[in-house]
Design a protein. Sequence first.
Length: 237
Amino acid sequence: MTDTPQITDAAFAPIDPDALFPSERSRHAPRILVLYGSLRERSFSRFAAEEAARILTRFGAEVQLFDPRDLPAPDSAPTDHPKVAELRDLVSWCEGMVWSSPERHGAMTGIMKSQIDWIPLSLGSVRPTQGKTLAVMQVCGGSQSFNTVNQLRILGRWMRLLTIPNQSSVPKAWDEFDEDGRMKPSPYYNRIVDVMEELVRFTLLTRDIRDHLVDRYSERVEDHAALSARVNQSKAV
């Protein structure tokens, strides 16, 4: 059952349990970036994001919220635009993220998608999101829906993020926050606590081994093939 002539032996790496349990682990506070998907003055996705940030801080995380105002539309500005550079620096800094979006027309908002679209899959040889953790949340204007969190999960997979199992969807968000933008006590608030608790746990578990977790045979094959082509290429004449 081990006859696999299709495999390139030089790129094949047996599973190493020791690599999953490093003897030395990071001791700094987990670094979490929170994104939200609305520019309204009374933005329930921002309110939910701010509640998540408070809870994360209670769990000992270092938290940054990105303000998407003045972020240009994707591809409409250079990557050194101040807001684009700020977002990319925060993505490189963080070890985990929270994405909080309203559901509009059955989908995430353009504001939410624009932020994600500005995050590159790679910056030179560095993949800024690979192996980092992600929690997804949505707020709804009416009955509870999961369209947006499902879409965010798909994007998280494409960004090579480790999206945690739990998630939050707040229905009738206009009735779940008070005049000061604070979330009222409810099972929906309790779920956000659950999600942030899980996010911090997964971040602590995986941050020191994130590159190992998403190291891929197929990419090692490509790297090996490129190296072989370069080493064995004919001399220029």
